[in-house]
Ligand binder design. Structure first.
Ligand code: ADP
Ligand code: MG
Length: 709
């Protein structure tokens, strides 16, 4: 047998179980198997007496005998044991005891299976987190093992599993046995993935040692070394692959040379009503360097809501125009494009540069004019929705493409933009996003890009007071809005609109709107409404009414999420706030605090709020810093779920390292990868041959992340 041998040939597996292991865990070969690592370890050295179990303890194991098992329905009624319909059972409770005392084991899932297993009188090892519920000590969903489990060593690995696998007899114990057999077969021939010099310089244990210890640790210290080695390797190879791609791209991608800042830039700059922040200046400098370097720019600009990205976009576009090129600014929605257009036109006044707006609703006649203007070069900057990447739109000399709110565009749309450059050369690309991404995630998602960050708010940005209240404060909330309107302010009221429950959500929005209209009657108050089912004209009419101050309240779904600027609005009410993600809530809150002396964000929560959602809401009340929120969000939910990143996804899935927890290892791995590439950019040296071989593996080939446009 070798590493590519199918697991079905391991003793005790066979074709049936092999198939199950593949469908449930994606394991096909011996090599796949040994790369399935335990997700935790049972410390078999200590079995705790029930009398010593305390809810403050972390996970513990007790060895106890089942005394009594009871089943309960949803309404709390106990179900008789005979003739059971398991779909009626919502909870299984097992009282277990050792010589020192008794406690309860609770199961909400896998009840049927547990019921069959937990026969009174039989003894098991229960492993889990102790808690107290209704004065009684319990464990919810403990791991249940045979009483003699744990003869394999001090630390016993626990592998991911599923009910199907367990039903097929592939228990934790069987997994350990398979793992032992697989290791024995392939360890002698395992090829070291990291060159010797790296193992030495970074003080890493060899791969064979790491693999053995990760599955069968001899003690905690050996396990720690093994874990570190495997995490470092995973993150290092990922960073190496990203940085190598970046190197190759910067060497290959020819870009327009824009050597001067140009008159339009200076005219605009000198007429600015305010000073640029230091962060804005720094970022513009970075962009300017890119644009004159001769290499195509591929830069991501991150900046919290309200940090002043628009100005950076305008000045960058003017550099392109000042060098004889055109620029386009693409926004995700009609409303946003219009707003950009209005803002940009204002900034362009002193420059004499012409800009135009092209969206889905632009009339055919106007379209023809725009096409002509783009062709003869009289339009310097084109602003619009993805209408501007249609095939019919041709620039005379597109030199810079700016994409606002990157995560809303698909890869394909961006690729089209890429092809619109002058003479077949790709334009410089600047992608702007307001979704704050934790540093470690940015390093990985955008590891092959240049990233600029505006980490400073313009002066004059007012703090937003955030509070979270329940239904009983609805009247108070209405009164509060009345007071603010009396001061001449305006209010947003936002409803969730989740795809799966779209129908219900629209109904809630409609009901909410009616309630607001009743509470804020004409002629004293005017209420506008904007949502996705309106036609563009209605949407624009309502939006304009609010933006221009003709309406006091805007009731809407999340269409206002990104970018809309109404400085006079001082209140943001978010209905069913628990249904929004953290960064989305933060984006919404960013709509206020732009002009008024004091602004408020009121999170209205429903009656059923999970602990986790409450934590999110509390966090939002506690800080206004988007990056801090993003870091916390990642810690709470793991990077896979982070908003704004689902589309792009992680370049590869991580097997052992965690972006949320292993930030330090990641930074170190990235620095070290850069160091290795500085000495040998294409990994041609003999000593780096193992690395080159690793990077040729499929998982590093799947996508080309080097192009964000
Ligand atoms: P975002 O980064 O969310 O796109 P905007 O570009 O819309 O932010 O800017 C938010 C507000 O801050 C706008 O009203 C803009 O005019 C203002 N602004 C931008 N830069 C500065 C600055 N340096 N000083 C003062 N106000 C600024
Ligand atoms: Mg913006």
């Amino acid at each position: 047998m070798n590493k590519d041998t199918s697991i079905q040939y391991l003793p005790g597996v066979g074709p049936k179980r092999a198939q199950l292991l593949e469908s449930e865990l994606g394991i096909r070969t011996l090599e796949d198997l040994v790369h399935l690592y335990p997700f935790r370890y049972i410390d078999r050295s200590s079995i705790v007496r029930i009398a010593d179990v305390h809810p403050d303890l972390a996970q513990v194991q007790v060895r106890a005998t089942v005394r009594k098992v009871r089943l309960f329905a949803k309404n709390g009624a106990e179900l008789p044991a005979g003739q059971l319909k398991y779909n009626m059972v919502s909870r299984l409770s097992a009282m277990v005891a050792d010589e020192s005392g008794e406690m309860e084991m609770v199961f909400f899932k896998g009840v049927k299976w547990m019921h069959a297993r937990l026969v009174p009188g039989s003894t098991f090892i229960f492993f889990g987190k102790p808690a107290v519920f209704g004065n009684r000590l319990n464990m919810v969903h403990p791991e249940v093992d045979a009483p003699d489990a744990g003869t394999t060593g001090v630390l016993t690995g626990v592998y991911p599993s599923t009910e199907k696998l367990k039903n097929a007899g592939i228990t934790g114990k069987v997994m350990l046995r398979l793992m032992g057999a697989a290791l024995q077969e392939i360890l002698p021939a395992v090829r070291e993935t990291l060159p010797d010099y790296i193992l030495k310089e970074k003080g890493l244990v060899p791969l064979t040692y790491a693999l053995r210890q990760i599955h069968f640790p001899q003690d905690q210290a050996a396990l720690a070394k093994a874990t570190y080695r495997l995490k470092f390797e995973e993150l290092f190879l990922l960073q190496l692959s990203l940085l190598k791609q970046k190197y190759i791209r910067s060497r290959n991608a020819v870009g327009f040379v824009m050597s001067q800042v140009g008159q339009p830039f200076n005219d605009c700059y000198n007429a600015l009503p305010y000073q640029l922040t230091a962060a804005q200046k720094r970022v513009i400098k970075e962009i300017r360097e890119d644009m004159r370097s001769g290499h195509q720019m591929n830069r991501l600009l991150q900046g919290d809501v309200g940090s002043g990205k628009t100005m950076v976009a305008v000045l960058s576009a003017l550099i392109a125009v000042g060098n004889g090129y055109q620029a386009c600014i693409m926004a995700p929605t009609e409303v946003l494009s219009q707003q950009h257009y209005a803002n940009v036109s204002k900034y362009l006044k002193p420059t004499g540069v012409r800009c135009a707006l092209l969206t889905g609703t632009t009339t055919a006649a106007r379209r023809r004019e725009i096409h002509a203007g783009l062709q003869d070069g009289s339009i310097g900057i084109l602003i619009g929705t993805h209408a501007l990447i249609e095939d019919t739109v041709q620039f005379r000399a597109l030199g810079l493409a700016i994409v606002d709110e990157q995560h809303r565009f698909g890869v394909e749309q961006r690729a089209r933009l890429w092809n619109k450059g002058w003479g077949g050369t790709a334009p410089h690309v600047l992608v702007m996003t307001a979704t704050p991404i934790p540093r470690t995630l940015a390093m990985t998602l955008y590891g092959d890009l240049d990233v600029s960050v505006i980490d400073e708010m313009p002066p004059g940005r007012k703090p937003v007071t955030t509070l979270c209240v329940g239904e009983n404060k609805r009247h108070a909330m209405h009164n509060f809005i009345r007071d603010e309107i009396a001061k001449g302010r305006q209010a947003f009221i936002v409803y969730p609109l989740i795809f799966e429950s779209e129908k219900m959500d629209y109904k809630n929005l409609q009901l909410g709107y009616e309630e607001i209209v009743k509470a804020f009657p004409l002629p004293k108050y005017k209420v506008a409404i904007v949502h996705g089912q309106q036609n563009a004209a209605d949407k624009a009419f309502n939006m304009d009414a609010f933006a221009a101050g003709r309406a006091d309240i805007l009731v809407s779904t999340t269409v206002i999420e990104v970018g809309v600027d109404v400085p006079n609005a001082s209140v943001m009410v978010i209905e069913s706030a628990e249904r929004f993600g953290l960064s989305q809530l933060h984006q919404l809150r960013g709509r206020v605090g732009r002009g008024a002396e004091r602004s408020y964000c009121i999170l209205m929560k429903g009656t059923k709020v999970s602990k986790e959602s409450q934590k999110r809401l509390d966090l939002l009340c506690a800080t206004e810093n988007g990056f801090e929120l993003a870091e916390e969000d990642m810690k709470m939910r793991g990077p896979g779920d982070l908003e704004g990143t689902q589309q792009s996804g992680l370049p590869i899935s991580l097997n052992i390292a965690s972006l949320a927890k292993d930030g330090l290892i990641l930074s170190d791995a990235r620095t070290y990868a850069q160091h290795v590439l500085d000495l040998d950019p294409t990994l041609q040296e003999q000593k780096n041959a193992p690395l080159l071989a690793e990077l040729q593996r499929d998982k590093y080939q799947t996508k080309d992340y080097s192009k964000i446009s």
